[in-house]
Every structure is written in structure tokens, then in C-alpha cells.
Design a protein around this ligand. Structure first.
Ligand SMILES: Cc1cc2nc3c(=O)[nH]c(=O)nc-3n(C[C@H](O)[C@H](O)[C@H](O)COP(=O)(O)OP(=O)(O)OC[C@H]3O[C@@H](n4cnc5c(N)ncnc54)[C@H](O)[C@@H]3O)c2cc1C
Length: 493
């Protein structure tokens, strides 16, 4: 009897090890190219990597993680993953929030965290950036050359996910999305070959990767055209809630009057935490010009506080970033509406109703809701097209004028509170869409980089773009490795 109990325990233990560390991890860990680059569970290095995820939802425990240090390492990795039919996930900066966006529980996470360097060629003005870099490090690296990049508006965000998903920047009115400024992608394909994709070599792959996220291969280097000058004027301005309608009107006027290639941009945001509700704007000018006339409507309003200042992006963008604590339960949802007072008012009215439901469901939770409104303008889309175009499908969306992109970001303190608050956030999002539809203010588009796992961004990007993405996937990944084995992020299929 004793013997059989011991035997069963041994079998259970062996099964547990096999489950947590299957043969694919052994193949990766013993590959000569990858030695020392595979992290196994229950090690300090593995646990430290799990802690680098922005949202606790996303930080799943993979069978093992591969942290490539070079393109050759990525080639060795994909060879084993494809041969062994191993499910895998892709992580760069780890800032996508939903479970399954960038890590995998039953498979191997390929984590680009160690491929994080930037180089710059002053002759061409091109910055070559590895996908695991954070934007803050890129701004700092190129700053001494008096150039900047079309990157994220917070310094902690990763280059890989941001750029392959689009990338809305402080330079978007004047330069389009981050992906539009990529003059060359270096990509490791499913067959482990390395290709460059640019306007003359593999141009179909170049375009499809501008929004293609993880559908086509592992992006190992991003060559981005830089922008001259580093100075950014901008900051947060907080207003009394009684000014809400005036802030909305200032925003709508600003957006309607956006000039071609404008250096000026704005975001307005509604916020709730345990201290109450608030409203603020983020005004920026990417030429470092203070108080440009486009902001007159905002600047005329009385404010509670303002951090507007001018300085190099390498210094100003970390100030915008503020504390973005890791390990909380962050959840992002997005959608689109007409650029209208009615659309803003609908969301503003629903916000406190659903916050009240959240408070009632989890009275002790320290949660916050942030609702950001930012425009997609005609000049942004023209700047995308001028640079070769992307697959976001925004041309018909802005055909009648600029539109309003909304983002709901819910951040919850604990898993238990998240379990009761998240369903209410889903109801809130459904109510936003329903009310916008009933008012004739709904626009059928969702931005991949802000979308929750169920939002299917590719279904909004238009048939021609979907056809391109599908054709490029069949051409460069005929066995569908990045459709079948890749389990993270959004698939077009
Ligand atoms: C605080 C904060 C601020 C943000 N600010 C902005 C902003 O200003 N503008 C904006 O547009 N978005 C912004 N975002 C959203 C952001 O663009 C996305 O979360 C983006 O995915 C983050 O990039 P990442 O490298 O951290 O992605 P990860 O979460 O690591 O990866 C997301 C997905 O990207 C794909 N991917 C990543 N690396 C590669 C690669 N090497 N090859 C192929 N596919 C890859 C994969 O499909 C992966 O599943 C912000 C997010 C946060 C949390």
C-alpha cells in the first residue's frame, strides 16, 4: 500500500514537471544558440520577467520563456517552435492589458525584453530600434543628435507592440502613425529565414506589417525615419467639473480646425478614483511652441492646475508617463464615434452611472477609470498614405471629417475586485456602443493597440486590407505558424 502511494505521488510529480516544462522547453534550453536564454518556472529570473508585465491580467506563467538576444536567436527559436508544433506567445514591452495579449499559459512565451537597443545613422536620419526597447530609452538615445521619433506618449511602452499595431504619437497629425515612419522591418519568418521589408524589397510585407501586429513573423528590427528637433511643449491641465461642456466644445473646435501637418494635438480625459471625478486635457505642440493659437479655446478656460511646459521629448514624455505601477489589473477597451458634443455627452453621462455600479459591487476596491478622447484626423491619415499607407483602413472613416476615438481604461487593485468589476466594465462598453448607435453617432472602427481581446480590430479595417493581410500571410507563412501556433494578440483569421 505504502509503495503504491509513493509510486502514485512520483507519477503525479513527474506529470506536473512534464506539464510545467514540456519537451519543447528542453529542446529550446539545450539548443546551442539559445543556451542561457531560456527561463524555466520557479526560478528567480523567470519570476522577475513575469513581474515586468504592465497588467496583472496579462502576466501568464508560460511553460518557459525564451529571451532572444539577437536575430540569430530568434531564428533558432522559431525553428524549434515550428518543428515541434509548439504553441507560443509574443511579448515586447508587455503593455497590452488583456489576458492572452502577450503571454501564454500553455506554451512558450517569446519575450523580446533583452532585444532593446537603438542605433542611429546621422547620414540617413534612420533610427534602428529593437522591438523590446521602451520608447523612453529611444527618445534618450536619439536626443543628442537633435532628432526624435514618432513613438509613444508614455516612456514605458514597448516599441514592438506599439509600432506593429499602428502607434498614435504626439507627431501623428504631422507624420501619421509610428508604423508609417518605418522605412524597413527586419522580420524572422516562420521558416526561420530573415527578410527585410521596405518600399522596394518585399513591399507587400512592408505594408501589411504596418498594423499587422504578430500575424506575419517575428519583427526583430524596426528602422524608423526620425523627425528633426526634440522640443515638445505640453502638459496636463485640470479643470473644474463645471467646465466640462466648455472643455468638450474647446476639444471639438480644436479637432474641426486641425490644419494639415499640424504640430498641435490634444487629448481630453475623464477620470475617476476614490477621490472623485475629474476632467483634464493634454495639449501638445511638437515644435516646442508655447500657447499656439490652435489652443486658444482651451487656454481661455479657468483651470485648477496646469503642468504646461517646454523641453526635449526625452524629458517631457517621462513627465507625462508619471507613475504607471506594474502588477495592477489594467483593462482597456476602445471604440469610435462622430466628432460631436452628443457623443462626448453620452459617454460622460454613462461614466458615473457605471462607476456607481462598480462601487456598489466592490465597495472596498481602490479602482480607477480613465476615459480618453482623442481624434483621428484627416491629416493623420493623409500622412499615413503619403508614406506608403498602412492596413488600418482609416481612409473611409475620416472621409466625412475627423472622428472621435474613445478609450476606457479600468485599473483594479486585486484579482477578487477585478472579478466583480470587469463584468460591469463590459456592460459600460456595451452601453456606450448601444447609446452611440441609437443616437446615430457610432463609427464602426476599433484601434488594435487599445482593444480588449474580444474586439476583433481586423474586422473593422476594411476588406481590401484584410485581403492584403491574408495574402501576405499565405505568401510568407504558408503553413500558418503565426495563425495556428501563435496564441497571443489579434489574428486576422
Ligand atoms: C501606459 C500606456 C500608454 C500607452 N500609450 C499609447 C500611445 O501613446 N499610443 C498608442 O498608440 N498606444 C499606446 N498604448 C497602447 C500600446 O500601443 C499597446 O499596449 C502596445 O501593444 C504596447 O506595445 P508593447 O511592445 O508593450 O506590446 P506587448 O504587449 O509586448 O505586445 C503586444 C502584441 O504586439 C505584437 N508584437 C510585439 N512585439 C512583436 C514582435 N517583435 N514581432 C511581432 N509582433 C510583435 C504581438 O502580437 C503581441 O502580442 C499605451 C499603453 C499603455 C499601457
Amino acid at each position: 500500500m505504502k509503495h503504491s502511494v509513493a509510486a502514485s505521488l512520483a507519477t503525479l510529480a513527474a506529470t506536473a514537471i512534464a506539464r510545467s516544462n514540456p519537451h519543447q522547453c528542453a529542446a529550446l534550453a539545450t539548443d546551442t544558440q539559445l543556451q542561457g536564454k531560456v527561463l524555466l518556472p520557479n526560478t528567480a529570473a523567470y519570476n522577475a520577467e513575469v513581474d515586468t508585465y504592465y497588467s496583472a491580467n496579462a502576466a501568464q506563467h508560460a511553460w518557459c520563456m525564451v529571451l532572444p538576444e539577437s536575430t540569430a536567436d530568434v531564428q533558432a527559436t522559431v525553428k524549434i517552435l515550428a518543428k515541434d508544433q509548439c504553441p507560443f506567445g509574443i511579448k515586447a514591452g508587455g503593455h497590452s492589458a488583456w489576458k492572452g495579449s502577450n503571454s501564454i499559459a500553455n506554451g512558450v512565451t517569446v519575450d523580446f525584453g533583452y532585444m532593446n537597443t537603438t542605433s542611429y545613422n546621422p547620414d540617413t536620419g534612420i533610427a534602428s530600434i529593437q522591438p523590446g526597447a521602451r520608447w523612453g530609452s529611444v527618445y534618450e538615445f536619439v536626443d543628442p543628435y537633435n532628432v526624435t521619433v514618432v513613438g509613444a506618449r508614455t516612456s514605458v511602452v514597448g516599441v514592438g507592440g506599439f509600432t506593429t499595431g499602428g502607434g498614435y504619437s504626439f507627431h501623428s497629425n504631422s507624420h501619421g502613425f509610428a508604423c508609417d515612419n518605418v522605412v524597413n522591418w527586419e522580420i524572422v519568418l516562420a521558416d526561420s529565414s530573415v527578410v527585410n521589408a521596405n518600399a522596394s524589397t518585399n513591399p507587400d510585407l512592408w505594408k501589411a506589417q504596418k498594423g499587422g501586429s504578430g500575424n506575419l513573423g517575428f519583427v526583430t528590427r524596426i528602422d524608423q525615419q526620425t523627425v528633426e528637433g526634440t522640443q515638445l511643449w505640453g502638459g496636463f491641465t485640470s479643470y473644474n467639473l463645471s467646465e466640462t461642456d466648455n472643455v468638450f466644445n474647446a476639444y471639438l473646435d480644436f479637432v474641426e480646425n486641425t490644419q494639415e501637418n499640424s504640430p498641435d494635438q490634444t487629448i481630453i480625459a475623464l477620470y475617476y478614483d476614490y477621490t472623485g471625478f475629474s476632467i483634464r486635457s493634454i495639449l501638445t505642440n511638437n515644435e516646442g511652441i508655447a500657447n499656439a493659437p490652435a489652443f486658444d479655446g482651451f487656454l481661455a478656460l479657468p483651470n485648477i492646475s496646469s503642468t504646461l511646459t517646454v523641453g526635449p521629448e526625452a524629458e517631457i514624455i517621462p513627465q507625462f508617463t508619471g507613475p504607471t505601477p506594474l502588477g495592477l489589473y489594467a483593462n482597456w477597451f476602445t471604440g469610435m464615434a462622430t466628432n460631436s458634443f452628443e457623443a462626448l455627452s453620452i459617454i460622460n453621462k454613462l461614466h458615473p452611472e457605471y462607476v456607481a455600479k462598480m462601487v456598489a459591487a466592490a465597495p472596498t476596491s481602490n479602482f480607477s477609470t480613465l476615459i480618453e478622447f482623442q481624434p483621428v484626423t484627416n491629416t493623420m491619415v493623409q500622412n499615413s498614405d503619403k508614406r506608403g499607407g498602412n492596413i488600418l483602413g482609416l481612409e473611409p472613416i475620416v472621409a466625412d471629417g475627423p472622428v472621435l476615438m474613445w478609450l476606457v481604461a479600468l485599473t483594479v487593485d486585486t484579482e477578487e475586485n477585478q472579478a466583480v468589476i470587469l463584468p460591469i466594465a463590459h456592460e459600460f462598453v456595451a452601453a456606450i456602443n448601444q447609446n452611440l448607435q441609437e443616437a446615430g453617432r457610432f463609427v464602426n472602427w476599433a484601434y488594435l493597440n487599445y482593444a480588449w481581446g474580444n474586439e476583433k480590430p481586423y474586422s473593422h479595417y476594411g476588406q481590401a486590407n484584410l485581403d492584403l493581410l491574408t495574402a501576405v500571410s499565405y505568401k510568407y507563412d504558408p503553413n500558418g505558424v503565426f495563425q495556428k501556433l501563435r496564441q497571443t494578440g489579434f489574428k486576422f483569421s
